[in-house]
Design a protein around this ligand. Structure first.
Ligand SMILES: Nc1nc2c(c(=O)[nH]1)N[C@H]1C(S)=C(S)[C@@H](COP(=O)(O)O)O[C@H]1N2
Ligand SMILES: [Mo]
Length: 439
C-alpha cells in the first residue's frame, strides 16, 4: 500500500535536508583518523564538494519509505530483526556430546555491543537440563544453624527490599579446551562461557538476618531444584557480603535456563556457585565436600596435589574484534574486547601487536564497574603484515593477567583444567585471516 501524499512529501523534504546538510563517506573510522575534508576528497578521489554531491545522488528513496510498515499486534514479546538470526548461543564445537542434558552453550561475544549481554544470548551451563518450575509452587527454605528456620514462596521473596546490579558471570570452565594448543576457532568458543547482565534480587544477608545466623555457622549449602540437584558449599561471609537471591535479569523475570524463578548470585565467583533454581540454604559449621567440590571444580597443582575451593575469578581479558574466524583488510581497525575481574574493577588494559613483547594502553569505555565486563577499544592501522595481537588486563588490586606460561609455574595444566585466565593471542595472516594462536 502507498503512503499518503503528505507523508511522502515529508520523506522528500527529509531527503532534501539530508542532501543539504550531510555528507557520506564509506568509512567513518577512517574519517576520524584522517580528518573530515581529507577523507571526503580521499574517498572519492576528487574535490570535497563534488564527492559530497555524488554520495547523495546515490541515496535512492527505499521501498520502506513508500509503504506502510508492519502493524502492531494487540500484544507481543518483541524479537530481534530476522536479519540478525545468525546471532545465537552455540553449543561447544570441540566436544560432541552424546546427550544434551549436561552441556553448555556459549555467548557470541564478538556480536555483543556495549557491556550488557541480551538475555537470550547469556551462555548456559546445566548439569542436567532446564527444569520447568511453576513459581506459584516453588518453595525456598533457610534452615540448619539458624535461630528460626524460614520458608518462602516466590510471592514472599519479591516483597523484600531488592537491589539491581550489573555483574559479569563466568563459568570456571571457560577456555578449558584451549590452554596449550588451539582447539576452538571463534571467541564465542574460546571465551563464550561469559556474560554480563543487570541482576535484580534480595540481598541474601536480609534473609539470613531474619533467620538469625548462629555463631558456629560458617558455611551454607546452596541447592538447586533441578535434575542434577546441583549444590555448593558457600562461606557465610560471601553470603553476608554481596550475594543476591536473584529473581530478575535485564529488566524481566529470569529466563528458565538462567534459574527461573530463583537463583543464587555470587558476584565475581565461579559460575557454578551461583546455584540456579535455588530451593534451600542450609547453614552449617563446615563445607559439605560435595562431588562438586571434590571430584569437580578442583584445580591440579604442581606435585600431584589438588586445590579445593577456587571461588574468585581472577582478572582476564580477550580481544573480541578482530577475533577468530574474521577476515581483515589492511587499513584502520578498531581493536576491541572485554576485560573483567572477580575481585574489583579493571584499572587498565594493554594491547600487544607483536605477540606479547611490547604493550600499549587501550581506552576503557565507561561505565567501568566492579565485577562487571569493561569494554576496551584501541585504534590501529594494520599494514597487512602478519601479526599476533593480544590483550592484558590489570585490576584495581594491581593483579596483572598472567601468560599461560606464568600460570604453568604455579598450577599444573593436565587435562581439562578450570580457571584459564591466561593472555590469549589471535594471529592475523598476510591474507587477513584471524586465528586462535594459543600455545
Ligand atoms: N541448579 C543448578 N545451578 C547451576 C548449574 C546447574 O547445572 N544446576 N550450573 C552452574 C554453572 S557450572 C554455571 S557456569 C552457571 C551458569 O549460569 P547460566 O546458565 O545462567 O549462565 O550456573 C550454575 N548453577
Ligand atoms: Mo560453570
Amino acid at each position: 500500500m502507498k503512503v499518503k501524499d503528505g507523508a511522502h512529501a515529508l520523506v522528500e523534504d527529509a531527503r532534501k535536508e539530508l542532501q543539504a546538510a550531510t555528507s557520506i563517506t564509506h568509512n567513518p573510522h577512517r574519517r576520524a583518523l584522517l580528518g573530515r575534508t581529507v577523507a571526503y576528497a580521499g574517498a572519492a578521489g576528487m574535490a570535497g564538494a563534488a564527492a559530497v554531491a555524488r554520495a547523495q545522488d546515490a541515496l535512492p528513496v527505499p521501498a520502506s519509505n513508500k509503504t506502510m510498515g508492519r502493524t502492531m499486534p494487540p500484544e507481543e514479546y518483541g524479537m530481534p530483526s530476522r536479519h540478525e538470526a545468525h546471532v545465537k548461543r552455540r553449543r561447544t564445537d570441540v566436544f560432541v556430546n552424546r546427550q544434551n542434558s549436561s552441556d553448555w552453550s556459549m555467548t557470541p561475544l564478538h556480536q555483543q555491543h556495549g557491556i550488557v549481554t541480551p538475555s537470550g544470548l547469556i551462555f548456559e551451563r546445566h548439569h542436567n537440563g532446564v527444569p520447568d518450575i511453576d513459581p506459584d509452587q516453588h518453595l525456598f527454605v533457610v534452615h540448619g544453624m539458624v535461630r528460626q528456620p524460614l520458608k518462602f514462596t516466590m510471592a514472599d521473596i519479591v516483597k523484600y527490599p531488592s537491589v539491581s546490579r550489573f555483574y559479569f558471570m563466568e563459568c570456571s570452565g571457560n577456555g578449558l579446551t584451549d590452554w596449550l594448543q588451539p582447539r576452538s576457532r571463534t571467541v564465542q568458543q574460546t571465551h563464550g562461557l561469559l556474560s554480563c547482565a543487570q541482576w535484580t534480587g534480595v540481598p541474601v544477608s536480609t534473609l539470613l538476618e531474619e533467620a538469625g545466623v548462629l555463631k558456629e555457622a560458617q558455611w551454607a549449602l546452596a541447592e538447586g531444584a533441578d535434575g542434577a540437584a546441583h549444590a555448593r558449599s558457600i562461606p557465610i561471609k560471601k553470603l553476608l557480603d554481596d550475594a543476591l537471591l536473584v529473581y530478575a535479569c535485564n529488566g524481566e523475570m529470569l529466563r528458565p535456563e538462567n534459574g527461573y524463578p530463583l537463583r543464587m548470585f555470587t558476584p565475581g565467583w565461579e559460575g557454578n556457585t551461583s546455584v540456579k533454581w535455588l530451593r534451600r540454604l542450609k547453614l552449617g559449621d563446615k563445607p559439605w565436600h560435595l562431588r562438586s567440590e571434590t571430584a569437580r571444580y578442583t584445580d591440579p597443582m604442581p606435585g600431584g596435589k589438588w586445590r579445593q575451593f577456587s571461588f574468585e575469578m581472577e582478572a582476564k581479558s580477550v580481544i573480541t574484534s578482530p577475533s577468530g574466524g574474521m577476515n581483515l583488510r589492511p587499513g584502520p581497525v578498531e581493536i576491541q574486547g572485554f576485560a573483567w575481574s572477580g575481585v574489583g574493577k579493571i584499572r587498565a588494559v594493554d594491547i600487544s601487536l607483536d605477540g606479547g613483547r611490547n604493550w600499549r594502553e587501550a581506552r576503557l569505555e565507561e561505565p567501568v564497574l566492579d565485577k562487571t565486563l569493561t569494554r576496551f577499544r584501541f585504534n590501529w592501522n594494520w599494514d597487512g603484515s602478519p601479526v599476533t595481537i593480544a590483550s592484558r588486563a590489570t585490576d584495581t588490586t594491581g593483579y596483572v593477567q598472567p601468560t599461560v606460561e606464568e600460570i604453568r609455574k604455579v598450577r599444573a595444566i593436565v587435562g581439562f583444567v578450570q580457571h584459564h585466565n591466561g593472555i590469549f593471542p589471535w594471529s592475523i595472516s598476510a591474507s587477513g585471516e584471524v586465528k586462535n594462536a594459543i600455545g
